[in-house]
Every structure is written in C-alpha cells, then in structure tokens.
Design a protein around this ligand. Structure first.
Ligand code: PLP
Length: 373
C-alpha cells in the first residue's frame, strides 16, 4: 500500500526534453524577457485557445490584478468576496481601495448578485468577483447590476483557466479578467498571470503599465510597474498549452471518481457540474456538515493528515476574518453568514493529473470510516 505524502496539488510538468528544446531556443535568441519571441508566441496561442482577441501576459497573477485595477483607474470602494485567496483583497489594498465584502451563494461559493446592491455606496466604482474553484459567477446578473450603477467589473479568474460558459470562455465576461499561472494552478508557467481585455487601446495601456509605462524608448505615459513575463515562463506556457486538454480530462476523471465514492456519505456535500459549463476541475472541495457526518471538518482534516493526506482548507479563514481586513467587514451584522458557514465546512481534497485513482479511493475510504452512518 502507498505510504507517500499526498498533497492537495502537484504541478503538471511536461517532458524535460521538450523543455530543453525551448531553452536551446532561448539561448540561441539571446532574448530573456521584454516581449521576446516566445512571449509573443504564447500570447498568440493563448488568445487562440481562449477565443479572445487581447491578452497580456504577466510575471504573476497578483501583479496582473494590481495592474487591472490601475488600468481602469478604479478608486474608492470595490465590492468583492470574502471567500477567496487573500491576493484578491490585497490587490485592492495596494491600490488604496477599500474592499467591501458581500456574501456568497452556497451552490457555487461565488459572490451573491442579490446582495450586491445593498453594499453599493457613492464611493463604489467596481465589482471584483472571483470564479472560485473555476465555477463561473452569475455573470449575467453581475453585469446587469454593474450596468445600472455604472460600475466596472474585473473578474479574478485565477482558478478558471479553460472554463467555458455556454461555449464562451469565462474570461470573455466583465471589463477585464485576470488569470494566474502559478505552479498550483491548472495551467502553470512556474509563476505567471494574464489580463484579458476587449479592445486594442486597453491592451496597449496594460502593456505600458506592466513595463514601467514605456510607450517607446523615450516616452513614459504612465507610472507603470515591472510585471513582465520572461521567456522561460513563456516556454513553460507553450508546453502546458500542448497538454492542457489532457490535463483537464484527467482531472475530470478523478473528480467523477470522488463523486462516485462520496455520494452516499451523509453530511458530505460536493459541488455538482453546472449545466452549460465546461469545468476545469481545478479543485475538489467537500463541505462537512458536522451534525450529519459525525465529526467536525477540522477533525476530518486531522484524520486525513495522520494518513499523510495533506488536504487544504481553501478558503479558511475568510479574508474578512484576517485581522488586517476585519475593520473592513460589512457594516450590517450577519451579512456574510453563508461564507461564514462554508469556511468552517470546507476541505479541498487532492486533485492533479497524475494522482492515482487508488489514492482517491483511499481518501474516500478514510472519509467513509469516520462517518457515523
Ligand atoms: C492564485 C491566486 C491569485 C494570485 O495569483 P499568483 O499568480 O499566485 O500571484 C489571485 N487570486 C486567486 C483567487 C488565486 O487563487
């Protein structure tokens, strides 16, 4: 029986030979960064894969988020979700913007559009929702609210690479979408990220902002930052793209396996596939209802750890529960009640392309033997 440590994720690594070929190309070119040939090729290939016209690559997703907010000159207050990775809110903080947390929906764990309006003030300029676990937000309702109140929408699509909603890639929605290509994500470039926008002028502005604001050799048009993707990252991206459909298919098989084994355990809930959505199976969250299941989320988490299964509690605590953001908590009491409940129930189980099916079975057996049913 297996006795090695199993982590929540493992990056997909393409064959080393193929990566070496790209390294040779980089050495031959003598170009390491600054919109090099591989960078240009990856932008083109990603645009084709995602079915979008304009994409700008970044050294990581957090800098892409910071730059997205700068691109649209977002200020004042921004409505966002407390149920995400901290980088979502940090990006607001670094732009001197006040985050206003709004509750989520239990079915998708995403921002609840019905609760947005009550959080809008004269200072609100944008909505920053997250497609958590790659599950699409209610993009239609969110856009409707944004349109009636004159707000911009920037999606944190860090989890949602390759996800489609009714045949449209999820990054087509909103004013801007931001991807992360961090090692732990479905598609990785070691570290990396991107902004997707919808017109040439915005693409230009983003490209200036990520390169110190340079328009040309002697003209600086904005107080830009250095957030450029380098050629080694781009090489990794080109190889990931070659294998991406296989990566997602393998994740789907494992996700279905989890569902098969877990479906009859009382007190264990998981997310179902949504109609009209092509999922990427980036995470496999389960939600432990302590009363029905018998033991708490934290107890199950520890039991798994004892068996060397290192699951993760994404997302616990809520961003709004971190001391640095507590003062920004919504003024109305109890408005984050769904998020507060889910953050205490969630465990993300290991899922990655070369996770062996018998490990999934083993994990589900541990979950089963600890249930009271
Ligand atoms: C990973 C992640 C980010 C940050 O991306 P990096 O590439 O790691 O900087 C932002 N938001 C969410 C929701 C993430 O999961």
């Amino acid at each position: 029986m297996n006795n090695k440590e199993i982590y929540v994720t493992r990056p997909f690594l393409p064959p080393l030979d193929e990566f070496n070929e790209y390294l040779k190309e980089i050495w031959n070119n003598g170009i390491l960064t600054n919109n090099g040939p591989l960078h240009q090729r990856l932008e083109q290939e990603l645009a084709d894969y995602l079915g979008v016209k304009h994409i700008s690559l970044f050294s990581n997703g957090t800098l892409a988020l910071l730059t997205a907010l700068q691109t649209l000159r977002i200020t004042g207050e921004v409505i966002t979700t407390p149920y995400s990775f901290v980088a979502t809110t940090h990006a607001l903080w670094w732009n001197n913007i006040k985050p206003v947390f709004v509750d989520i929906e239990p079915e998708t764990c995403n921002l609840n559009p019905q609760k947005i309006e009550a959080a809008i003030t004269p200072k609100t300029t944008a909505i920053l929702p997250v497609h958590v676990y790659g599950y699409p937000c209610n993009v239609k309702e969110i856009q409707k609210i944004a349109d009636s109140f004159g707000l911009r929408v920037i999606y944190d699509a860090a989890h949602a690479f390759g996800v489609k909603l009714n045949e449209k890639n999820i990054v087509e929605f909103g004013d801007l979408s931001v991807l992360s290509f961090h090692a732990t994500k479905v598609f990785n470039t070691f570290e990396g990220g991107a902004i997707i926008c919808h017109d040439e002028a915005t693409k230009k502005r983003i490209d200036h902002l990520k390169n110190f604001g340079f328009e040309n050799e002697i003209t600086v048009v904005s107080p830009g930052i250095n957030a450029k993707m380098n050629e080694v990252q781009a090489a990794m991206g080109l190889l990931q793209l070659k294998y991406i459909e296989d990566i997602i298919e393998k994740r789907k098989i494992l996700s279905n396996l989890y569902k098969k084994y877990l479906k009859n355990i009382s007190g264990i809930r998981f997310l179902e596939d949504l109609k009209g959505v092509k999922h990427n199976y980036s995470y496999f969250p389960i939600f432990v209802n302590e009363k029905q299941y018998g033991i708490s989320r934290n107890e199950l988490f520890e039991k798994l750890k004892k068996e060397k299964i290192f699951a993760r509690r994404y997302f616990y605590p809520l961003i709004s529960q971190f001391p640095i953001y507590r003062n920004f908590d919504s003024a109305e009491q109890g408005t984050l009640e769904v998020a507060e409940k889910i953050t205490d129930q969630v465990i993300c189980l290991p899922i990655y392309p070369d996770l062996e099916p018998y490990i999934v079975e083993k994990i589900c057996n541990i979950i089963k033997i600890n249930s009271k049913s």
